[in-house]
Design a protein around this ligand. Structure first.
Ligand code: MTE
Ligand code: MO
Length: 511
């Protein structure tokens, strides 16, 4: 390739990049005016999440933790940058090829937006508008080059024009994108909606926590997890923004009476308060996707009874504002446990990331079969007639939480002085209750740990075991036994498809 050819290719690639910027900026602006979920990046991201095989999703969650979403968006943008560079480089030679490239990208965004589960009719609009703006930018910026034959020498004048065009288009991209972000932020009236919520007092207030729920050990998880530290797991790239004024819960399907509840209706119900530990089925042995909170909410069982659930409706299929579906065995919330339509978490309205304004909480079931956030719909149906989001992806149809224990302190790689060491952690077997926790050192005899108090069987339970640590490298292991007499099995199993099993172990150096 001649020097002239190389310069042209380079300018073309740059023009492609800037045109992609214009396309994205305009698309974000239109999406901001329409609704943030219609953004092509969000729509493509959502489609990628839904299509990702479970093993890859697991790997991403394990590798990136809760950064998995920024990593996904970054990857999508990186792919777009690459395609934009190629498209631009092609466009200098064949403007037709360049425009075709832009059209394909625009169509991909539009198709993703059109096929999202909770998509609206106009959702492809931001992608289409972006593609049109990007195509115009590409043609205008490259016109000084495409007016001449490809091998004609590059006049300084044309080069200058292209650079000016690049700058102008770049500014358009930045202004449109920034403006779009600002509009989105202003539209997110959910912050104001949440700030305006006054939670009513419960008719059945939970007792203050027994004094012995929190053991005085450094490094041990507090019995109540502060909202800001509570793990967050969901598929939502844009946190659903549901204002209480717009919120409505529909109960329908195999019921005698369909019901519709407004926010006011929900708060007017008898609210109860209950300490319940949530756990994610994707939690590895020793992992952190577990947390305990004091929830305030209406009893799900009462609402279902009012609707008159048909005897053969064995599944409550709940839906969120963003189209997540979760299937819960009807018998579980109906058996008397504190299954809640929760509106409060640790004394405040639900945080937006944890499902504001209303979510389900069912003690004893993993989150993916029970803990629907941004809840808007309850359909009574049957397991042989409906399938929920994660079940379609191979996860177990029903998800009772497995008996599990974790060592919080000491941690692997800790160096400890010889002598008395408090080995401590948490154990959980929600709604069955923890009966015993045992610890052993270097594969020796199991030693009983001391258990902290708990308000009910629905929470995790702290434990502590005093260890006379001798110099050297040591491995500590823990196992729990629940109130059914079931001891946590040694066999290591992956979280997929029904929750991890195995004993948590840490290795430390003493002396
Ligand atoms: N709408 C919606 N609700 C959801 C999910 C989701 O992806 N979308 N994830 C579920 C899963 S897998 C878990 S473990 C819990 C986590 O709740 P948290 O983020 O409040 O800890 O929410 C559940 N509810
Ligand atoms: Mo989960």
């Amino acid at each position: 390739m001649s020097g002239v050819g190389r310069t042209r290719t380079l300018l073309g690639a740059l023009a492609g990049l800037v045109a992609a910027g214009v396309a994205l900026g305009v698309a974000e602006l239109v999406a901001a005016l329409l609704r943030p979920e219609a953004s092509p990046v969000v729509a493509v991201g959502g489609s990628v999440i839904d299509a990702t095989p479970t093993w890859l999703k697991d790997w991403a969650v394990t590798t990136f933790g809760t950064n998995d979403k920024p990593v996904l968006v970054g990857s999508i943008l990186a792919v777009l940058v690459l395609l934009a560079l190629v498209t631009g480089a092609l466009a200098v030679r064949h403007s037709g090829a360049g425009l075709a490239g832009v059209a394909v990208l625009g169509l991909a965004g539009a198709a993703a937006a059109a096929t999202r589960p909770e998509g609206r009719f106009l959702d492809p609009l931001p992608s289409v508008a972006g593609a049109v703006a990007g195509a115009i930018a590409l043609v205008l910026v490259l016109r000084p080059l495409t007016e001449h034959t490809p091998d004609a020498p590059l006049a300084d004048e044309s080069r200058r024009q292209v650079l000016v065009g690049l700058l102008a288009a770049g500014s358009v991209a930045v202004v449109a994108g920034t403006f779009g972000r600002l509009v989105t932020r202003r539209r997110e009236g959910v912050t104001a909606s949440r700030a305006a919520v006054r939670l009513p007092a419960p008719v059945a207030a939970a007792e203050p926590l027994p004094r012995g729920t929190d053991l005085p050990v450094d490094g041990l998880s507090p019995f109540t997890t502060p909202n800001d530290d509570f793990y967050r797991i969901d598929t939502a790239l844009v946190v659903p923004q549901v204002r209480t004024d717009d919120w409505e819960l529909r109960v329908h399907g195999m019921v005698d009476r369909q019901l519709r509840l407004s926010w006011r209706d929900l708060l007017a119900r008898d609210l109860v308060e209950s300490d319940i530990t949530l756990t994610c089925v994707s939690n590895e042995v020793g992992g952190s996707y577990v947390g305990n909170a004091r929830w305030l909410g209406a009893r799900l069982a009462d609402l279902l009874a009012e609707a008159g659930v048909h005897a053969d409706a064995d599944m409550v299929l709940s839906r969120s504002a963003d189209g997540m579906t979760i299937g819960t065995p009807t018998a579980v919330p109906m058996d008397g446990r504190d299954a809640l339509l929760a509106v409060g978490m640790n004394g405040e309205p639900l945080p937006v990331t944890h499902g504001f304004p209303c979510r389900m909480v069912v003690p004893g079931l993993y989150g993916y079969v029970s803990a629907t956030k941004w809840l808007v719909d309850l359909e009574l149906t049957r397991f042989d007639q409906a399938e929920a989001y994660w079940t379609e992806r191979g996860w177990a149809e029903r998800g009772p939480i497995r008996t599990m224990s974790r060592i919080d302190t000491p941690r692997t790689f800790d160096k400890l002085p010889a002598g008395r060491v408090a080995v401590a952690g948490v154990a959980w077997a929600q709604h069955r209750g923890i009966e015993a926790v045992e610890v052993r050192v270097d594969g020796g005899a199991w030693q009983p740990a001391r258990l902290a108090d708990v308000p009910s069987t629905d929470t995790w339970r702290q434990w502590v075991w005093p260890w006379d640590a001798r110099p050297g490298a040591h491995t500590l292991e823990v196992r729990a036994t629940d109130a059914d007499g079931m001891t946590q099995p040694e066999r290591q199993r992956d979280p997929f498809p029904s929750g991890a099993t195995g004993w948590h172990a840490v290795t430390v150096r003493v002396g």
